[in-house]
Design a protein around this ligand. Structure first.
Ligand code: DLL
Length: 426
């Protein structure tokens, strides 16, 4: 049974547990890692100064930029021969981010992933096609661990070779598909080309999606196309990989595995914690990790905090990722998030979910245009100028800015087998 007692713990009890573990993490990092030791000394804090969860604010943040400086093993807080597994993420810029794990860290990862999959309704007897990329990336490995703990079957296809994926999905009677949401859409497209009806011809019941931003509209599309329940999973290499937070059956926000990860949501400008329901940047502190503890790690991912949930879990929730601070663009003084553009495109009939935002410079200013593929059906009807206008109007409604739309021909926008690249430099 992977509904752990922690998941429905009384909040006060949970906070007590978090505080005990927070104290352990801080003294572990302070005593066993030079960089953390120095950071705390510079901030004038000693492990003993943290007496309540609120005292976490006394501790300095850890930024992505610092991680690059400490690449690859700077924050490792155990002897190197305790490390039994390693993962890395290509990161958006520069050096990869490296995650290291002791045997105990792997047990924790397995446990939190099993909880996520249990909440998705995965049980012994399910057949999970694991189409996240195997390799250094954490995605496939995390899902594999959780699935094994439950006793479900893992079909380790990795990403790519899409026609073969479809064949396997059919022949092996896959019941759950684990991959990025953009790859799930591409797989549906390939299945249709191969003459299948994705919603009818497979045994698929649930989609285990994550690793990239996706909107509620895209969720609806995937659910309709494949006739499945599509669930969101969030995580990152620095914190553990997938398994940091997950959706329950309410599909209304993601529960943080709060006995292992302490969530804060801060104003990215001031660094102060925001109020209930307000938008801000996710910050995590690991509570039990040995090899690579993170203390107040700024994810750059934007969310808002959410109310308690009816599902019975007391683990705090955050909204789906509404944007990344790094993807935020300022165009003609207006703040634009790619998710808003996606929402606009997907809501226009005849526009497909295949689009790209082209960012370019005009003098000192950033400008954007959007390239959108129509559906094959809409393309064959012609009058594409009307479609262009409709999308432009929808973007204006949502973003408050006139953005030029270019209609691409079907198949022209590159498809993704992993994390989709939605923004390109023009
Ligand atoms: O993408 C871990 C993961 C794998 C999560 C598979 C879920 C499923 P990284 O490669 O380190 O780790 O990338 C982490 O991806 O900071 C977010 O910006 C983004 N991300 C991850 N999950 C989601 C999600 C994995 N559900 C970075 N929604 C994070 C939106 C996500 N963005």
């Amino acid at each position: 049974m992977f509904w752990s007692k922690e998941e429905s713990m009384d909040r006060k009890e949970l906070e007590k547990l978090q505080l005990r573990r927070l104290k352990w993490t801080i003294s572990h990092a302070y005593s066993n890692n030079e960089i953390y030791h120095r950071k705390m000394e510079e901030a004038g804090v000693k492990p003993g100064d943290v007496k309540s969860l609120d005292d976490i604010r006394k501790l300095p943040f850890l930024s992505k930029a610092e991680l690059r400086d400490y690449y690859p093993f700077g924050l490792v807080s155990v002897p190197m021969d305790e490390i039994v597994e390693i993962h890395a993420s290509s990161g958006t810029t520069g050096k990869p981010v490296v995650g290291t794990y002791t045997q105990r860290d792997l047990e924790i990862w397995t446990e939190v992933m099993a909880r996520c999959l249990w909440a998705d309704g995965i049980r012994k007897g399910d057949r999970i096609q694991n189409a996240y990329g195997y390799g250094l990336f954490t995605g496939a490995h995390g899902f594999e661990r959780g699935a094994r703990a439950i006793g479900a079957m893992v079909i380790p296809t990795s990403s790519g070779n899409t026609k073969r994926q479809i064949q396997i999905m059919k022949d092996f009677e896959t019941t759950a598909l684990a991959c990025t949401p953009s790859y799930a859409l591409y797989m549906a497209e390939v299945a249709e080309k191969e003459g299948y009806n994705p919603g009818e011809d497979f045994s698929l019941r649930v989609g285990l999606f994550g690793a990239e931003a996706w909107s509620e509209e895209i969720r609806k599309k995937i659910e309709e196309k494949w006739n499945i329940d599509a669930r969101d999973h969030y995580g990152l290499t620095e914190v553990i990989g997938p398994g940091v937070s997950f959706e329950c059956e309410a599909k209304d926000g993601l529960h943080v595995n709060s006995d292992h990860f302490l969530m804060e949501i801060i104003d990215p400008e001031t660094g102060e914690q925001v109020g209930e329901g307000e938008k801000g940047e996710l910050v995590f502190t690991s509570l039990t990790k040995e090899a690579f503890p993170v203390i107040r790690f700024r994810t750059r991912d934007l969310v808002y905090s959410m109310e308690e949930c009816e599902c019975g879990r007391t683990f705090p929730k955050h909204s789906r990722i509404i944007g990344r601070a790094d993807d935020m663009m300022k165009v003609k003084g207006v703040i634009v998030f790619p998710s808003q553009i996606e929402e606009a495109i997907v809501s226009v009939r005849g526009a497909s979910e295949n689009y790209q935002i082209v960012k370019y410079k005009r003098g000192p200013f950033t400008e954007i245009k959007v390239r959108v593929e129509p559906t094959a059906e809409r393309f064959s009807k012609g009058n594409l100028d009307d479609l262009k206008r409709e999308i432009e109007e929808e973007i204006q409604k949502i973003v408050g800015l006139r953005v030029e739309v270019e209609i691409a021909s079907p198949g022209e926008i590159p498809r993704s087998e992993g994390k989709a690249k939605r923004i390109v430099e023009g």
